[in-house]
Design a protein around this ligand. Structure first.
Ligand code: SAM
Length: 268
Protein backbone atom coordinates (compact mmCIF):
# COMPACT_ATOMS: atom_id res chain seq x y z
CA UNK A 1 0.00 0.00 0.00
CA UNK A 2 1.19 3.55 -0.75
CA UNK A 3 2.00 5.77 2.20
CA UNK A 4 -0.05 9.01 2.60
CA UNK A 5 1.81 12.33 2.68
CA UNK A 6 1.39 12.78 6.48
CA UNK A 7 3.06 9.44 7.28
CA UNK A 8 6.80 9.46 8.14
CA UNK A 9 8.87 7.46 5.62
CA UNK A 10 9.86 4.76 8.12
CA UNK A 11 6.24 3.73 8.73
CA UNK A 12 5.30 0.13 7.89
CA UNK A 13 1.90 0.51 6.20
CA UNK A 14 1.46 -3.25 5.82
CA UNK A 15 1.42 -4.09 9.52
CA UNK A 16 -1.19 -2.77 11.98
CA UNK A 17 0.11 -0.51 14.75
CA UNK A 18 -1.46 -0.31 18.21
CA UNK A 19 -1.33 3.50 18.09
CA UNK A 20 -3.13 3.72 14.72
CA UNK A 21 -5.70 1.04 15.60
CA UNK A 22 -6.49 3.00 18.81
CA UNK A 23 -6.78 6.18 16.73
CA UNK A 24 -9.38 4.42 14.57
CA UNK A 25 -11.38 3.23 17.62
CA UNK A 26 -11.49 6.84 18.83
CA UNK A 27 -12.72 8.14 15.47
CA UNK A 28 -9.38 9.60 14.28
CA UNK A 29 -8.04 9.71 10.73
CA UNK A 30 -4.37 8.75 11.18
CA UNK A 31 -4.71 5.08 10.35
CA UNK A 32 -4.24 2.82 7.33
CA UNK A 33 -6.36 0.12 5.70
CA UNK A 34 -4.43 -2.55 7.59
CA UNK A 35 -5.27 -0.86 10.93
CA UNK A 36 -8.95 -0.42 10.06
CA UNK A 37 -9.20 -4.06 9.02
CA UNK A 38 -7.78 -5.20 12.34
CA UNK A 39 -9.93 -2.77 14.32
CA UNK A 40 -13.11 -3.94 12.54
CA UNK A 41 -12.19 -7.55 13.21
CA UNK A 42 -11.56 -6.72 16.87
CA UNK A 43 -14.86 -4.82 17.24
CA UNK A 44 -16.66 -7.70 15.52
CA UNK A 45 -15.34 -10.02 18.22
CA UNK A 46 -15.78 -7.48 21.00
CA UNK A 47 -18.43 -4.81 20.29
CA UNK A 48 -17.69 -2.99 23.58
CA UNK A 49 -14.20 -1.98 22.41
CA UNK A 50 -14.90 1.60 21.23
CA UNK A 51 -16.69 2.31 24.53
CA UNK A 52 -13.79 0.80 26.47
CA UNK A 53 -11.35 3.10 24.65
CA UNK A 54 -13.59 6.12 25.33
CA UNK A 55 -13.71 5.15 29.02
CA UNK A 56 -9.91 4.97 29.01
CA UNK A 57 -9.64 8.48 27.51
CA UNK A 58 -12.18 9.78 30.02
CA UNK A 59 -10.11 8.32 32.88
CA UNK A 60 -7.00 10.01 31.45
CA UNK A 61 -8.74 13.39 31.48
CA UNK A 62 -10.06 12.92 35.05
CA UNK A 63 -6.62 11.83 36.26
CA UNK A 64 -4.88 14.87 34.70
CA UNK A 65 -7.45 17.19 36.30
CA UNK A 66 -6.93 15.43 39.63
CA UNK A 67 -3.15 15.86 39.39
CA UNK A 68 -3.59 19.54 38.47
CA UNK A 69 -5.83 19.92 41.55
CA UNK A 70 -2.93 18.53 43.61
CA UNK A 71 -0.61 21.22 42.28
CA UNK A 72 1.10 19.22 39.52
CA UNK A 73 2.09 21.47 36.61
CA UNK A 74 4.54 19.19 34.76
CA UNK A 75 3.60 15.97 33.02
CA UNK A 76 5.52 13.16 31.31
CA UNK A 77 3.00 11.29 29.17
CA UNK A 78 4.61 8.03 28.01
CA UNK A 79 2.80 6.05 25.31
CA UNK A 80 0.86 9.22 24.55
CA UNK A 81 -0.51 8.00 21.21
CA UNK A 82 -1.82 9.91 18.21
CA UNK A 83 -3.34 13.21 19.37
CA UNK A 84 -7.13 13.14 19.61
CA UNK A 85 -9.79 15.07 21.48
CA UNK A 86 -8.85 16.09 25.04
CA UNK A 87 -5.07 15.72 24.86
CA UNK A 88 -3.08 15.92 28.07
CA UNK A 89 -1.61 19.38 27.35
CA UNK A 90 -5.09 20.76 26.60
CA UNK A 91 -6.60 19.36 29.81
CA UNK A 92 -3.55 20.32 31.91
CA UNK A 93 -3.25 23.84 30.48
CA UNK A 94 -6.99 24.43 30.95
CA UNK A 95 -6.47 23.70 34.66
CA UNK A 96 -3.02 25.30 35.00
CA UNK A 97 -2.07 27.62 32.11
CA UNK A 98 1.67 27.28 32.79
CA UNK A 99 1.55 23.44 32.70
CA UNK A 100 4.35 21.74 30.75
CA UNK A 101 3.96 18.43 28.98
CA UNK A 102 6.45 16.05 27.37
CA UNK A 103 4.88 13.38 25.19
CA UNK A 104 6.73 10.13 24.49
CA UNK A 105 5.81 7.43 22.01
CA UNK A 106 7.51 4.62 20.11
CA UNK A 107 5.20 5.02 17.09
CA UNK A 108 6.47 7.32 14.31
CA UNK A 109 2.96 8.40 13.26
CA UNK A 110 2.09 9.36 16.86
CA UNK A 111 5.31 11.37 17.12
CA UNK A 112 4.97 13.10 13.73
CA UNK A 113 1.34 14.06 14.29
CA UNK A 114 2.02 15.25 17.84
CA UNK A 115 4.91 17.44 16.59
CA UNK A 116 2.67 18.86 13.85
CA UNK A 117 -0.10 19.97 16.22
CA UNK A 118 2.34 21.31 18.81
CA UNK A 119 4.20 23.70 16.53
CA UNK A 120 4.39 27.04 18.35
CA UNK A 121 3.59 25.62 21.81
CA UNK A 122 6.85 26.10 23.74
CA UNK A 123 5.49 24.43 26.90
CA UNK A 124 5.00 21.09 25.16
CA UNK A 125 7.30 18.76 23.22
CA UNK A 126 7.51 15.22 21.90
CA UNK A 127 10.18 12.55 22.32
CA UNK A 128 10.42 9.54 20.00
CA UNK A 129 11.53 6.77 22.37
CA UNK A 130 10.79 3.35 23.75
CA UNK A 131 9.53 3.35 27.36
CA UNK A 132 11.97 0.51 28.04
CA UNK A 133 14.92 2.74 27.17
CA UNK A 134 14.58 4.81 30.35
CA UNK A 135 17.71 6.83 29.66
CA UNK A 136 16.41 7.91 26.21
CA UNK A 137 13.17 9.13 27.79
CA UNK A 138 14.56 10.88 30.86
CA UNK A 139 17.86 11.97 29.31
CA UNK A 140 16.36 13.53 26.18
CA UNK A 141 17.14 17.25 25.86
CA UNK A 142 13.41 18.01 25.38
CA UNK A 143 12.57 16.31 28.67
CA UNK A 144 15.36 18.25 30.40
CA UNK A 145 14.23 21.55 28.85
CA UNK A 146 10.60 21.29 29.98
CA UNK A 147 10.59 19.19 33.14
CA UNK A 148 12.35 19.87 36.44
CA UNK A 149 12.54 16.42 37.94
CA UNK A 150 13.70 17.78 41.29
CA UNK A 151 10.05 18.90 41.71
CA UNK A 152 6.92 16.68 41.66
CA UNK A 153 5.90 15.50 38.20
CA UNK A 154 2.91 13.54 36.90
CA UNK A 155 4.07 10.46 34.98
CA UNK A 156 1.31 8.99 32.83
CA UNK A 157 1.40 5.42 31.53
CA UNK A 158 -2.16 5.18 30.30
CA UNK A 159 -3.06 2.09 28.25
CA UNK A 160 0.68 1.50 27.87
CA UNK A 161 2.02 -1.15 30.24
CA UNK A 162 -0.04 -3.96 28.67
CA UNK A 163 2.41 -3.54 25.75
CA UNK A 164 5.28 -4.45 28.09
CA UNK A 165 5.68 -8.23 28.46
CA UNK A 166 6.86 -9.90 31.67
CA UNK A 167 10.31 -10.53 30.08
CA UNK A 168 10.81 -6.75 29.85
CA UNK A 169 10.31 -6.56 33.65
CA UNK A 170 7.72 -3.77 34.00
CA UNK A 171 8.28 -3.57 37.78
CA UNK A 172 12.01 -3.02 37.22
CA UNK A 173 11.29 -0.32 34.62
CA UNK A 174 8.88 1.40 36.98
CA UNK A 175 11.48 1.34 39.74
CA UNK A 176 13.84 3.26 37.44
CA UNK A 177 11.20 5.86 36.62
CA UNK A 178 10.27 6.10 40.30
CA UNK A 179 13.90 6.76 41.22
CA UNK A 180 13.83 9.83 38.93
CA UNK A 181 10.55 11.16 40.41
CA UNK A 182 10.63 13.57 43.36
CA UNK A 183 8.54 12.65 46.45
CA UNK A 184 4.99 13.95 45.93
CA UNK A 185 5.06 13.00 42.22
CA UNK A 186 2.21 10.95 40.78
CA UNK A 187 2.02 7.83 38.61
CA UNK A 188 -1.13 7.35 36.51
CA UNK A 189 -1.79 3.90 35.05
CA UNK A 190 -4.54 2.24 33.12
CA UNK A 191 -4.09 -1.36 32.08
CA UNK A 192 -6.05 -3.97 30.12
CA UNK A 193 -7.16 -7.03 32.07
CA UNK A 194 -8.68 -10.44 31.41
CA UNK A 195 -10.71 -9.96 34.62
CA UNK A 196 -14.17 -8.84 33.59
CA UNK A 197 -14.57 -10.34 30.10
CA UNK A 198 -12.00 -13.17 29.91
CA UNK A 199 -13.14 -14.69 26.58
CA UNK A 200 -13.12 -11.40 24.68
CA UNK A 201 -9.84 -10.36 26.32
CA UNK A 202 -8.22 -13.61 25.20
CA UNK A 203 -9.31 -13.14 21.56
CA UNK A 204 -8.19 -9.53 21.67
CA UNK A 205 -4.73 -10.46 22.95
CA UNK A 206 -4.42 -13.01 20.12
CA UNK A 207 -5.30 -10.34 17.50
CA UNK A 208 -2.65 -7.94 18.81
CA UNK A 209 0.03 -10.50 17.98
CA UNK A 210 -0.23 -8.98 14.50
CA UNK A 211 1.14 -5.64 15.68
CA UNK A 212 4.70 -4.69 16.59
CA UNK A 213 3.52 -4.35 20.21
CA UNK A 214 1.68 -7.53 21.35
CA UNK A 215 -0.42 -7.30 24.54
CA UNK A 216 -0.08 -8.78 28.02
CA UNK A 217 -3.25 -8.55 30.12
CA UNK A 218 -2.75 -8.33 33.90
CA UNK A 219 -4.85 -9.05 37.00
CA UNK A 220 -5.86 -6.47 39.60
CA UNK A 221 -3.17 -7.82 41.95
CA UNK A 222 -0.53 -7.47 39.22
CA UNK A 223 -1.57 -3.88 38.47
CA UNK A 224 -1.50 -3.14 42.20
CA UNK A 225 2.05 -4.55 42.27
CA UNK A 226 3.19 -1.92 39.74
CA UNK A 227 2.75 0.76 42.45
CA UNK A 228 5.61 -0.33 44.69
CA UNK A 229 6.93 2.83 46.39
CA UNK A 230 3.70 4.76 45.74
CA UNK A 231 0.66 5.29 47.97
CA UNK A 232 -2.46 4.55 45.95
CA UNK A 233 -4.92 7.44 45.84
CA UNK A 234 -8.51 6.41 46.77
CA UNK A 235 -10.31 4.42 45.41
CA UNK A 236 -7.21 2.35 44.53
CA UNK A 237 -7.08 -0.03 41.56
CA UNK A 238 -10.59 -0.09 40.06
CA UNK A 239 -12.27 -0.65 36.70
CA UNK A 240 -11.95 2.40 34.42
CA UNK A 241 -15.29 4.16 34.99
CA UNK A 242 -15.07 3.68 38.76
CA UNK A 243 -11.96 5.86 39.25
CA UNK A 244 -13.32 9.13 40.69
CA UNK A 245 -16.25 9.52 38.27
CA UNK A 246 -17.30 13.06 37.39
CA UNK A 247 -19.50 14.56 40.13
CA UNK A 248 -23.10 13.73 39.38
CA UNK A 249 -22.25 10.87 36.98
CA UNK A 250 -24.42 7.83 37.52
CA UNK A 251 -22.40 4.86 38.80
CA UNK A 252 -21.86 2.26 36.07
CA UNK A 253 -23.75 -0.91 37.01
CA UNK A 254 -21.17 -3.15 35.30
CA UNK A 255 -17.77 -1.46 35.42
CA UNK A 256 -16.08 -4.84 34.85
CA UNK A 257 -17.43 -4.66 31.26
CA UNK A 258 -14.64 -2.15 30.54
CA UNK A 259 -11.91 -4.75 31.09
CA UNK A 260 -9.35 -2.18 32.13
CA UNK A 261 -8.02 -1.11 35.51
CA UNK A 262 -7.25 2.48 36.45
CA UNK A 263 -5.13 3.73 39.33
CA UNK A 264 -3.13 6.73 40.52
CA UNK A 265 -0.30 6.54 43.05
CA UNK A 266 1.62 9.24 44.93
CA UNK A 267 5.37 8.80 45.22
CA UNK A 268 6.45 8.43 48.85
C1 SAM B 1 -3.52 2.46 23.37
S1 SAM B 1 -2.42 3.78 23.03
C2 SAM B 1 -2.68 4.82 24.43
C3 SAM B 1 -2.61 6.29 24.12
C4 SAM B 1 -2.90 7.21 25.32
N1 SAM B 1 -1.97 6.99 26.41
C5 SAM B 1 -4.29 6.98 25.83
O1 SAM B 1 -4.47 6.24 26.78
O2 SAM B 1 -5.24 7.51 25.23
C6 SAM B 1 -0.85 3.04 23.48
C7 SAM B 1 0.35 3.82 22.99
O3 SAM B 1 1.53 3.26 23.56
C8 SAM B 1 2.55 3.29 22.58
N2 SAM B 1 3.57 2.30 22.96
C9 SAM B 1 3.49 0.96 22.95
N3 SAM B 1 4.64 0.41 23.39
C10 SAM B 1 5.47 1.45 23.68
C11 SAM B 1 6.81 1.53 24.17
N4 SAM B 1 7.52 0.43 24.44
N5 SAM B 1 7.35 2.75 24.36
C12 SAM B 1 6.64 3.89 24.09
N6 SAM B 1 5.37 3.86 23.61
C13 SAM B 1 4.79 2.66 23.41
C14 SAM B 1 1.84 2.96 21.29
O4 SAM B 1 2.58 3.38 20.16
C15 SAM B 1 0.54 3.74 21.47
O5 SAM B 1 0.63 5.04 20.94
Amino acid sequence: MESPSWAPVEVDVDRPSAARVYDYYLGGSHNFAVDREMARLAVGLWPDLPQIMQANRAFLRRAVRYLASQGITQFLDIGSGIPTVGNVHEVAQAAAPDARVVYVDIDPVAVAHSRAILVGDDRTDVVHADLRDVESVLGDSRTARLLDLSRPVGVLMVALLHFVPAEANPAGLLARYRAAMAPGSYLVVSHATHEGQPDEAGEHTALYQRTGTPMTMRSRAEVDGLFDGFDLVAPGVVFLPSWRPEPGALPDAHPERYSGFAAVGRRR
